[in-house]
Every structure is written in C-alpha cells, then in structure tokens.
Design a protein around this ligand. Structure first.
Ligand SMILES: [Zn+2]
Length: 398
C-alpha cells in the first residue's frame, strides 16, 4: 500500500485550493487545523482579509460541485461548507449557536434528557459504597485505580502493543505507520492525537488529573489504535497516496470530519475487543502491570458503566452556556451536580467547552458516537469502511 516518495501523486486544483483556504482560516483562528502532512508550499499562513476568504470559500464550494466522484464531491461539499461558515463568523457575522454547530459540523446540537440523568444519578448513589457525598465516594473508587505516574508509560505501552496487534489483524494498517507518545500537563483535553503526515501521529495524554487504569484502554484505543492515529494513517495511504485526494492530508477540527473521527474514536475499543475481554484484561494482566487490586478494578468498571449515561452532559452544558445564556457559575454547578465532580474536574469540563475551538466541537463526541454506533448496528457501514473511506455525517444517518 505504501508508495515510495517519487511516485506519490501531487494535489489537483481542488486539493490545492482546499489546503490553501484551510491555512488562510488558520491564520485567523489558530487550531482550526488539527494536522497537516501535505506539501509545505501550500501551508501559507499569511493573514488576509476575511472578506477575501469568504469569496474564496464561496468559489471553492461552487467548483467542488463539478467533481465527478460522488464520495469525494460530498465530502468536499460538506467540508467546504464548514470553511464557508467559519469565514462568515470571522467576517463578523453572529450566528445563533445551533446554526454554528450545523454549519460547521453538519449535525444538530443535542440536549441531554435531564430525567434520565436524574435516574442515573440515583443509580450511582445506590452503587457507590461507603458514606459521604457522591463526589467523595466516587473519588475513593477512582483513587484506588489511579495509575501511579511512574508506571503510566509502562502500562500504556502494554495496552498499545495489544491494541496495535488487534488493529493490524482486523484492518488494513499501512506499512510504516508510527506515532510518538508522551505525557503532557496544562491542557484542556484528556488525550490528543495530532496527525503529522507520512503515516505518523504525535500522541499525548494529559496528567493534570489522575489517570485511572479502567479508562486507559478506552483512551488509548480512542487516540491511537484503532482510533485517531489508525484512521489518519489508513486514510492517508488510501485516499491521498492511492487516489490523490489531498484534502485528506489535512485534518480540520471545526468541520464535519470531526464528527466522523470522534465517532470512530468513541467506538474504537468496541471495534477490537468485547466488553468482557476488556474487563478480563483489566482485572488480569493490566492490574498486575499497574500494581492495582483487581477488586478495585471491578468496582471502578461498575462505576464507569453507570457514568456512561452522563455522556451528553458536556453538550447540554454547552447549550446552557451558548443558547440559554446561563452563567459560568450555573454551568459549573450543573457539572458538579450531574458529574458528581470535584470543583477541579468540573472546571476542567467548563474550560473545555469555553475554548472557541471546542465550543461546538463537544457534540462531535456524543452525536458522532451515536451516529457511528447506529450505522454499524444497522449494517449501513462497517468499522473498516469508516477507517478507510471519505464518509460524512450525512452518510451515517438513516
Ligand atoms: Zn478524539
């Protein structure tokens, strides 16, 4: 699958204009681009007037319609529409929040069902042992499965080796894919995977908050195998090098591809392991490597299962903040109440949805997860197709 440098294709007109426009937007909104691995001469970060970017986005959106391959045309249409939406916002247009989310991500923002959250909260209260507040009891369960910082690299490497083996067995991982891995601090995210091009990614996990063993397989499947890194390497080899679709040599954060990539990542662990295998692995080999009591792991897994019901929480909080005009204080209280979170963890959640780059991105996780899961269950798409084809959220909707 991997081709030597000399025979690699060059970007066509659409690919070149797409990459240039993305960089022009990045000059106004840093972090719009997640990663870029294409030709350096197209990465022009000159600050140009936003009105110019607006007309470029319009012209590109028009010209994309004459692309003959329907998969490529649909992908470019949705992605360029997102760039046009961002250009409108940068040009001073104030879009209602729901329209911003729709324009950028091709999905509708969703509120959580508060009655369901209340029921989950009661379930949590029954399930958590001991006395004290929910927050204290949850913290006690988490503290027993916290991976000591000194062991974190060793445990992560053991997990990554197994995840890579399973991913390579089931999916078409290209020869030469690789990633760097490091621990980071002072970040709004829990983990990050930045595509670098040439089948490589730079992966980091954040140690600002304690990293718990029971969350680690999911986190590393999400960021590396078969999540973000695997997806980007497979798409680069197939879509860029084989087909010459250079729009896949760049990853945009505030665009529909974010829904696909997070949808893949949120379902990544399930794609290579059953929940039973994960549980056996955590209570067996991994608790040994990490030096953690398997009973504490079982208890934390029960907690994690209940906590899954709070998945739509951040999206709901974002709608309170940006649609209902709630104050930061109210949103913080909402997080503390439903997340049974310490002030520190609630602040981290608020910090994430307060970043301009992530204020709408939050829905890519909850909505992306659901769209991908339902499309796979319906038989509309396979996980392998999601990893290798240029799909958009619309292609996953019934
Ligand atoms: Zn992610």
């Amino acid at each position: 699958m991997t081709k030597p440098n000399s025979t690699r294709p060059r970007p066509d007109d659409l690919g070149r204009r797409y990459i240039r426009l993305a960089h022009a937007l990045e000059a106004h909104q840093p972090d719009f681009i997640d990663g870029y691995g294409g030709p350096a001469e197209l990465a022009d970060l000159t600050l140009r007037p936003t009105s110019e970017l607006l007309s470029e986005a319009q012209a590109l959106h028009h010209d994309v319609q004459s692309e003959t391959d329907p998969t490529r045309r649909t992908f470019l249409d949705r992605q360029v529409r997102a760039m046009h939406t961002l250009a409108r916002m940068l040009n001073g247009e104030a879009l209602p929040y729901a329209e911003e989310v729709r324009g950028l991500y091709d999905i509708d923002p969703e509120r959580a069902d508060l009655a369901e959250l209340d029921a989950a909260l009661r379930e949590l209260d029954t399930a958590l042992p001991g006395r004290g507040s929910l927050e204290e009891r949850e913290a006690a369960v988490r503290s027993r499965v916290t991976v000591p910082l000194s062991e974190l690299m060793r445990v992560s490497e053991a997990i990554l080796t197994e995840l890579r083996r399973r991913t390579a067995d089931q999916y078409d991982l290209p020869d030469g894919e690789n990633f760097s891995f490091e621990l980071a601090t002072n970040k709004p995210w829990g983990g990050y995977s930045r595509p670098l091009g040439n089948l490589r990614s730079s992966v980091a996990i954040n140690t600002d908050l304690p990293v718990i063993l029971t969350g680690l397989p999911d986190l590393l499947a999400h960021e590396v195998y078969p999540g973000h890194h695997a997806e980007h390497a497979i798409k680069e080899a197939r879509l860029v090098w084989e087909l010459g679709w250079f729009e896949h040599n760049i990853q945009l954060i505030n665009a529909p591809e974010g829904v696909i990539t997070e949808g893949i990542a949120m379902n990544a662990l399930d794609a290579v392991m059953t929940p039973y295998e994960v549980s056996d692995w955590l209570t067996g080999d991994l608790s040994k490597v990490a030096g953690i009591d398997p009973d504490a792991v079982r208890e934390a897994l029960r907690l994690a299962h209940i906590k899954e019901q709070f998945r739509g929480l951040s999206g709901h909080a974002a709608m309170m903040l940006y649609q209902d005009g709630a104050s930061q204080r109210e949103v913080l209280d909402f997080f503390r109440h439903y997340n049974a979170a310490t002030l520190e963890r609630a602040q981290k959640s608020l910090e994430f949805i307060s970043q301009p780059t992530f204020r709408g991105y939050i829905f890519t996780y909850s909505v992306g997860r659901r769209l991908v899961r339902e499309a796979i269950e319906r038989g509309a798409v396979t996980f392998g197709q999601l990893l290798s084809e240029a799909l958009t959220p619309g292609a996953l909707r019934p």
